[in-house]
Write a protein that binds this ligand. Structure first.
Ligand code: MF3
Ligand code: CO
Ligand code: CO
Length: 276
């Protein structure tokens, strides 16, 4: 088996669904506000995805009951949309994965953490550290680098900022298969793991906590929470390894409302994305 290398037409298909995933995340961000329920977000995702002739990867994936993951505050990932009402001061990760074409199609997997109303200084620190940690991971990606280089760079930065890195979940190869090889941990050692090659597609999706890194999964079988109930944030992109670096397949056409557009966003300015 090994790690799949995409052909030119397959890359085109991944570009199309990646762009759709990015648009969907922007569309959700526009509508977030206190008083909305996480089920309302599911409704928004279903309507947009249907209108574009795509399918939602999460729906019925290993029994997941909704079309998007919505993870509030202490929820690390895989939060199930439902009656929970978003409150002023909450942080919310929305993780979307449209599939195009709807049958046997390609996955575009991306997420961001949003601010609902006015966040605490600690929430800003966590979310902005997490946002930057993903960018730091992206900057490592190029042919010849190792998978372990990515997690090493992310965890080094996160720990220096006094945030812990969740170890129970990782990035993953993504194509027609939602979760494929390689596994991309957000911690580890440089020079370890598989070597990256041009044409590989995978996600980087660091989850950072203000407290300890340990997680528990609730009795619904999905919702992962921090064991110490501390806040958790996550950002995710789907990337393609290119000749010189990486192409962010889920790069957004504009700033995310309620996240990237806030005046306190980007405590750390971007250095640069590697050129495609
Ligand atoms: N989108 C998640 C990821 O980044 C996976 C969600 S699986 C689901 O890998 F079943 F919870 F939707
Ligand atoms: Co993913
Ligand atoms: Co995802």
């Amino acid at each position: 088996m090994g790690i799949r290398i995409l052909t030119a037409p397959e890359i085109e298909a991944m570009r199309r669904v990646g762009a759709l995933a990015a648009e969907l995340l922007c569309h959700v961000g526009d509508q977030l506000r206190p008083g909305l329920t996480t089920q309302d977000i599911d409704d928004i995702v279903v309507a947009f995805t249907e209108a574009r002739g795509a399918r939602s990867g999460p729906l019925n994936y290993r029994g997941f009951p909704r079309s998007v993951c919505t993870s509030v505050n202490e929820v690390v990932c895989h939060g199930i949309p439902g009656p929970r009402v978003l409150q002023d001061g909450d942080i919310l990760n929305v993780d979307v994965t449209p599939v195009l074409p709807a049958k046997h199609g390609w996955h575009g997997d991306t997420s961001a953490t949003f601010y609902i109303g006015e966040p605490s200084p600690q929430a800003i620190h966590l979310v902005e550290t997490c946002r930057r940690s993903l960018e730091i991971g992206l900057e490592v990606v190029r042919p010849g680098a190792r998978v372990g280089d990515i997690g090493a760079a992310i965890s080094r930065f996160a720990r220096a900022q006094r945030c812990s890195v969740v170890r129970a979940f990782a990035g993953h190869g993504v194509n027609r298969v939602f979760h494929d090889e390689p596994t991309v941990p957000h911690y580890g050692f440089p020079g370890t793991g598989p070597r990256l090659k041009r044409g590989m597609a995978f996600t980087i999706e660091p989850m950072l906590n203000l407290g300890g890194p340990e997680v528990s999964v609730l009795s619904d079988g999905w919702t992962a929470v921090t064991r110490d109930a501390s806040l958790s944030a996550q950002f995710e992109h789907t990337v393609l390894v290119t000749r010189r670096g990486c192409e962010v397949l889920t790069a957004r056409p504009r700033l995310l409302v309620n996240s990237e557009d806030r005046p306190y966003a980007r405590l750390w300015p971007m250095s640069c994305y590697s050129a495609a």
